[in-house]
Design a binder for this molecule. Structure first.
Ligand code: TXA
Ligand code: MG
Length: 349
């Protein structure tokens, strides 16, 4: 096994990073630290880094060796493509064959930000990075650490930095829980948006959303002047437009049940309840309930849900998660918690 040395930093034997977590300023990342992490990427290794949505597990997008390590570390099926992260529009030209005018418009409006756009890939993007597809998903993240790292290393391919099937990481600790010393982590504190980017295919109209996120269908329609459809569930036997849709997602290792009203909660069972603040006072009166707050509104709920699911795992009890209204970022939130509940049911069987 190789030993990984970080510019003369101390090291342990056999392929673990010391230090494994490097704290970096979220707003003004120290360039000396960014350069160290960048060198690790250029050497063909993987680095976990913060974006505004969730932490990513990154490798240089054109480095097959590094990208291969991402798939191995995550236990990710080879046909599930990665998102390529860029820091300016010039980088786009090397990655995709053409950008429709309306797509360019929404990139101008929402980038940097939580929007991944699927376009026709150029041969420069290795097949392993795009899961063997003709297309590639591109996104410009709105996080100074991510942008600095990309500026130094070039376009970075990165899925969420969790083991396949687990809840996504919104803190460096979550990444560490899944990967331990195997991955160098840039720690810039908790992420702001908390749910992964909207994934939209803009190659032909109507555009198709494969994964809802903070950039909603209405926002895309308004700024792109284009019709947008949400492709939700896939039926058995259907072809799968986005490979991620067919895999298990976001499953914590406790059973997850969804609810809207307090009256739906069991009365005589010790449970964890994840809900908005306004339900707190009535829930905390019951001594069989451990309450985890999602804050005051949908936006805070989105930002905190993965943190809450990680916390619920520590209590090890059935976990009741409040559904949000089906609007705005509530749509993306509900999609994630529905998948978490579905996946936990399958695990229990
Ligand atoms: O916010 C995010 O998007 C985070 C941060 C790190 O940027 N990344 C992320 O990546 O969530 P990942 O790999 O966990 O999810 C990417 C999703 C997968 O469901 C994948 O199948 C889909 O996007 N996807 C990627 N490229 C695609 C393509 N060319 N065609 C269809 N779906 C694609
Ligand atoms: Mg993911």
């Amino acid at each position: 096994m190789e030993v990984r040395v970080l510019s003369g930093a101390p090291l342990k034997e056999s392929g673990v990073w010391v230090p494994v977590i490097i704290k970096v300023d979220p707003l003004k990342p120290e360039q000396s630290l960014i350069r160290k992490a960048c060198q690790v990427l250029l050497d063909g290794f993987v680095v976990a880094f913060p974006t505004e949505t969730v932490y990513g597990l990154g490798a240089v997008a054109t480095c097959e060796e590094g990208v291969k390590e991402i798939f191995q570390l995550k236990g990710r099926p080879a046909d599930n493509p990665l998102i390529v992260h860029i820091c300016d529009l010039k980088q786009l030209e090397d990655l995709v064959t053409e950008v429709p005018e309306k797509a360019r418009k929404v990139m101008e409006v929402f980038w940097p930000g939580p929007l991944s756009v699927i376009l026709q890939a150029k041969d420069n993007v290795p097949l392993i990075t795009r899961g063997g597809l003709e297309s590639v998903a591109i996104r410009m993240p709105a996080h100074p650490v991510a942008l600095s790292l990309i500026e130094c290393a070039g376009p970075i391919a990165a899925p969420s930095a969790n083991k396949s099937g687990r809840p996504s990481p919104t803190t460096a600790e979550h990444v560490y829980q899944d990967f331990g010393e195997q991955v160098l982590i840039l720690d810039a504190g908790p992420t702001l948006v908390g749910l992964e980017s909207t994934v939209v295919d803009v190659r032909k109209e109507p555009w198709k959303i494969y994964r809802p996120g903070a950039v909603t269908r209405e926002m895309l329609e308004a700024h792109g002047h284009v019709a947008v459809e949400f492709v939700g569930k896939i039926e058995e036997g259907d072809s799968v437009p986005s490979p991620g849709m067919k895999y298990r997602h976001y499953a914590p290792n406790v059973p997850v049940v969804l609810f809207r009203e307090i009256s739906e909660l069991p009365v005589n069972q010790d449970i964890t309840v994840i809900a908005l603040d306004h339900l707190g006072p009535s829930l905390q009166q019951r001594n069989n309930i451990t309450f985890i707050s999602l804050g005051p509104d949908q936006r805070s709920a989105a930002a905190r849900i993965y943190m809450a699911l990680h916390e619920a795992e520590r209590y090890g009890r059935s976990t009741y998660v409040q559904l949000m209204d089906e609007e705005g970022i509530g749509i993306a939130y509900n999609e994630r918690v529905r998948k978490a509940a579905g996946a936990s049911r399958k695990l229990a069987r």
